[in-house]
Design a protein around this ligand. Sequence first.
Ligand SMILES: NC(=O)c1ccc[n+]([C@@H]2O[C@H](COP(=O)([O-])OP(=O)(O)OC[C@H]3O[C@@H](n4cnc5c(N)ncnc54)[C@H](O)[C@@H]3O)[C@@H](O)[C@H]2O)c1
Length: 279
Amino acid sequence: MITVFGAGTMGSAIAALACGHGLPVTLVDTDPNAAEAGIARARTGLRHGALMGAFPQGVEHAPITAAHSPDAAAGAEIVIEAITEDTARKAKLLAEVAAVAPGVPLVTNTSGIPVDELADAVPDPSWLVGAHFMNPAYLIALTEVIRGPRTGEAALAAITGVLERLGRRAIVVSDSPGFVTSRLLHPMLNDAARVVQAGTATAEQVDELMRGCLGHRTGPLATADLIGLDNLADALSALAERTGDPQHAPCALLLEKVAAGDHGRKTGRGFFDYRKVLS
Ligand SMILES: NC(=O)c1ccc[n+]([C@@H]2O[C@H](COP(=O)([O-])OP(=O)(O)OC[C@H]3O[C@@H](n4cnc5c(N)ncnc54)[C@H](O)[C@@H]3O)[C@@H](O)[C@H]2O)c1
């Protein structure tokens, strides 16, 4: 059994990935409504993934159960945290989980908070490792795995073993703010928003140029909407704080959209409008 903390965009997609490969999941969220919504989203992900051929044939989908407290980590083979990108909140949860499940591999799905910073929260830092699943986790077959300076071989073997059972390939990188993918992608998404903010082009034009001229598969602003603009702003702030580069701080337009509740696909509107598609 895998216990996943955080039933938002990522937790629900990771749950779908595991269940589609026959591994039962307990999906934990402090907000009971978010847990139920996360299970519903995971079921949609299971249907979507099945249609896309993302799950092995002949493997029965495993159950997903909702829970609301760190106690749900007891008895887990591995724990994956995919809660809000907030260092203090993640550290508190990891400490609570380590107390309930000592010696169980702890995986953080942070977008870019250094694993070693979070490792200070747990009594045995060797059990903490990073696995940066991408959205949607059940469709993207490659996972960036982060080995912190204190990550132990047992934790690394546990996550790479689970990823293999989930049909994912792992690339193991060293610990650093934003690792590889967020360090490169997030500043580019921020700059794409700055181009719109400056009035140089519309969001549609930015994405069309990046797709048509530069081969970007979805377009940067559609990618930002898929990630969730609230999460993108949090991840950029974390990157700016840790690199000391003010250019990485979320731009004004991004912050305006977050403040207005326009968080991208998950709220129905971000740089683009999804409400017709969702209704
Ligand atoms: N969105 C992406 O595309 C993406 C991709 C890779 C990694 N990540 C990372 O994954 C993590 C989750 O991101 P998301 O986009 O799913 O966020 P989200 O805002 O969609 O969901 C976060 C969930 O965590 C819950 N939560 C907060 N504190 C909790 C706690 N102590 N215990 C249990 N649940 C708690 C919240 O209620 C919320 O439902 C973040 O660290 C993010 O940076 C996100």
